[in-house]
Each structure stands twice: as structure tokens, then as C-alpha cells.
Design a protein around this ligand. Sequence first.
Ligand SMILES: Cc1cc2nc3c(=O)[nH]c(=O)nc-3n(C[C@H](O)[C@H](O)[C@H](O)COP(=O)(O)OP(=O)(O)OC[C@H]3O[C@@H](n4cnc5c(N)ncnc54)[C@H](O)[C@@H]3O)c2cc1C
Length: 456
Amino acid sequence: MSAIDWQRVPVDLAPIECIAARALVRNKSRDFFWYSPVLNEKLKNVSADLVVCPANEDEVIRALAYCHAYRIPVTPRGGGTGNYGQAMPLKGGIVLDLLRLNHFLWLKDGIARVGAGLKLIDLESHSLPQGWELRFHPSTRRSATIGGFIAGGSGGVGSIQFGGLRARGNVLGLRLITMEEKPRALELRGGEVMQAIHAYGTNGIITELEIPLARTWPWHEVVVSFANVGSAAAFGRALCEADGITRKLVTVCDWGAAQYFKPLRPLLTEGRAIALCVIADPSREAFAALATAMDGKIVFERDAEEVGDIPPLYEFTWNHTTLWALKADRSITYLQCLFDGPDYLDKIAHTVATFGDETPMHLEFTRLDGHVAAFGLQLVRYTNEKRLYEIIRWLEDNGCPVADPHTYILEDGGMKTVDTAQLAFKRRTDPLGLLNPGKMKAWADDVPFPAAQSAG
Ligand SMILES: Cc1cc2nc3c(=O)[nH]c(=O)nc-3n(C[C@H](O)[C@H](O)[C@H](O)COP(=O)(O)OP(=O)(O)OC[C@H]3O[C@@H](n4cnc5c(N)ncnc54)[C@H](O)[C@@H]3O)c2cc1C
């Protein structure tokens, strides 16, 4: 890499927009890795050498061909809201900023085709007037891109209806550019899309996506207060199993987590747990009856479209919950585990009884392979790495698999095993291992990059 003349690269790539200013390059080299004290230590000094901002697919292809010729690593980036250093250029080189690929191409019969750099909020500003919305979105709806979500995310608001990104049918097709001497544009369809979903951009740059949307409802936001997290979780399960109620979001937080929701604080009672829910308007009566029957007290409600001092309710859920806590206490971090199986409420209760306020409980209810389960995104009052991994080991030993959010390694974060299809695909699409290097464990990229020649 030292042989690259970085002043020369923007000249060679012109008229493709490049950013060389150090502060901006550093800024675009970071994501939300600092949620993890472990990653914060490891990645805080990571930076690219240059940011390249293609305006269209032709410019993506030109940039990739150039980087291939000079063996320059390329790390794609959308909104930069990923949590595990996913979009951080571990080996320097170029950050490929895809925000300008933000075209809404078409919407037909509930299917949308869009540029990968389109922000989710902008996608919906096109689709909502036509009565369609995203099936589900991360709580970073206002800042994340659709390409970044599909390459780096998993699920979110709406997953209680539609499951996550890996559920068959949630991504219909995608267009991807390979990292070769002559980059090719491939259209993946059906099951083929799994090769690029949640692959951190290690096996191609996604330029376009085709996704099915959902018919929109007038949505209603409700916060219900419960005596304790066990009662709130039981309500969450009952709500998710109430077939006549249309719901988009079912989140449960015990007081240890809810206390950090500053804008909601005046509405909450110290010591009580809450459920944060988004339901369709016609379900309001049935929802209220269920809440009352389960000893819940509605403490806040409004139409989702109403704007006020309180942000949208979804911005207190999923990985936003941890953000509220981090704003108050930088020593806090979090975990991601799965409470599944017929006894999943018992597993939650056992975890709460074992760790108490060391891991304030936060649950996101979801559909998973045809049934309801809950993701635990519990906060952690962090002391040290050893203790963190003791907690992780306890969860795994007690039937709650953990998707470790304290690693930037793709396979260690969730799957725990090598995704052979993604690896085989990478051999075809990125034979030199230049895309987002250092993230895929199965790829032996600890081998140094071929000696870079002077650019130009
Ligand atoms: C407060 C907060 C809340 C969050 N809530 C959720 C949530 O509810 N659900 C969830 O799943 N995640 C969540 N996340 C994680 C993250 O916001 C989402 O996954 C988001 O969709 C990522 O989109 P992005 O555009 O910011 O992607 P980036 O962070 O820019 O990139 C994510 C990954 O995708 C790669 N990539 C980006 N664009 C492309 C492309 N066009 N082609 C190939 N690879 C690409 C990057 O290299 C990186 O590996 C949250 C994060 C934060 C900080």
C-alpha cells in the first residue's frame, strides 16, 4: 500500500468525486463500532486513505477496475450506521461511499426496484403515497441505506410480521458488481441473493435491489406499563399470538433499560417495565382490551404520523435502545441473543434472575421460521472483556445462542459457521480478496496484499 501515490488517485479517477480531507476520510471510515468497548479498543485508529463517491454504476465499475489494477482494498459504505465495524476499512485503501446511488427506479404491483444507496426514509417517501411501505426496517430508518441494510443488517420494525432478511422472499433480486480486472454486473435472483445478504460487501458491490413491499396501515404507537419484565414479556407473547391484531413492533424493556429513554421518562413509573408497540389503527380496541386483561396500563399513545417532542417510537427500539443508554452512560454495552423454543419466556426469566441489573433486559419480538421468538438485546453494565464472555458463555450454555456484537468477523457475529455459498461466491467475484478485507474468517486474507505499484 505504501507505493500508492494517493494524490494521484483522484486525478486518475476524475471526474469521479473523491474526498481526501483527512478529517472527512476518518469520519467516513467509522461506523457505530464504539457500541462495543472491545471493538472500540481494536478499531479506533482505523482509517481509509481516500473516499470515492461514484454517482452511478459506470463509475462504480471504473473505480473497482482501477483498484483491482493497483491492488487497492475497497470497503463499501452506505449510511455508516453498522454496529460491528462492518463498514470500517481494516486494511486502509478506499471507502466506496454509495450514497449517490440513490435512485428510486420503479414500483409495480408491490415490488420496488431501487438504487442501493437510497436511504430507507427516502424509499418510503416514494412508496407511501402509493400505499406501500417497507416490510420491515432497522430503527435507523432515517439514516441507513437499503444496500447497507441488506449487506449488513438483519431485521427490525416489521419483523414480527415478515421475519428477517434471511427469510425467503424478503429480497427478490439484486444487482452486484464484481471485483475483477474487468468488473462484471451480475443479477442475482431468488435463492441466489443469499450469497450477498449480510455478507458485509465482501463479495460484491450491490448497486440495485428489488424488494417486495407491504400494504401500509394507519399505524398507532402505544406504550404499556407493567409491574415487571416477566408480565411485560408475557404480554408481548400474547400480543404476537393474537391473530386478529395487526402489529408492526413489539418491544419490551425492563426498568433498567427504560430509565434511559429521556423523552419518555416523564410518562414512566420508576421500577416498572414497559412494552413499546406499533399496531394498526383498527386493532386499537382489541389491543387495549388485551393490555387491560394482562394488568398493563397504557401510558402513552398517538398516531404514528404525529410529530412532536418525542421521536418516533421505533427510535427507542432495536439498537436504538442501547444508544439511549450510551448517551447517559458510556460504560454500557449490549448483547444479542435469541430466546426461542416453547419455553422461551422461561429462558428470559432465568436470564433476568441470574444477571439482574447487570444486564437490563430488552426484548424484540420477531417471527422466525414460522413461529414467534424474542431477540434479547439486553444492555450490559460492562466491567471487562472476561466477564462479558462469561455472560455470553452462560447464555449459550443455557440454550440462548448469541450473535456476538463484539467482533467484526462476519462468521463470529452470528452464523458461527462458514457460509460456504458466500465463500464460493467470493472466489468468483473477488479472487484477490480486495473487498472489505479482514472481515470474512474463511478467506485467508492474512496473506499480505500483492505489492502495490505506484498508481498511474
Ligand atoms: C442506533 C442503531 C440502531 C440500529 N438498528 C438496527 C435494526 O433495527 N436492525 C438491524 O438489522 N440493524 C440495525 N442497526 C445496524 C444498522 O443500522 C443497519 O444494519 C443498517 O441497515 C445499515 O445500513 P447502512 O446504510 O448504515 O450500512 P453501512 O453501515 O454503511 O454498511 C453496512 C455493511 O454493508 C456493507 N455495504 C454497505 N453498502 C453496500 C453495498 N451497496 N454493497 C455491498 N455492501 C455494502 C458495508 O461494507 C458494511 O459491511 C442499528 C444501528 C444503530 C447504530
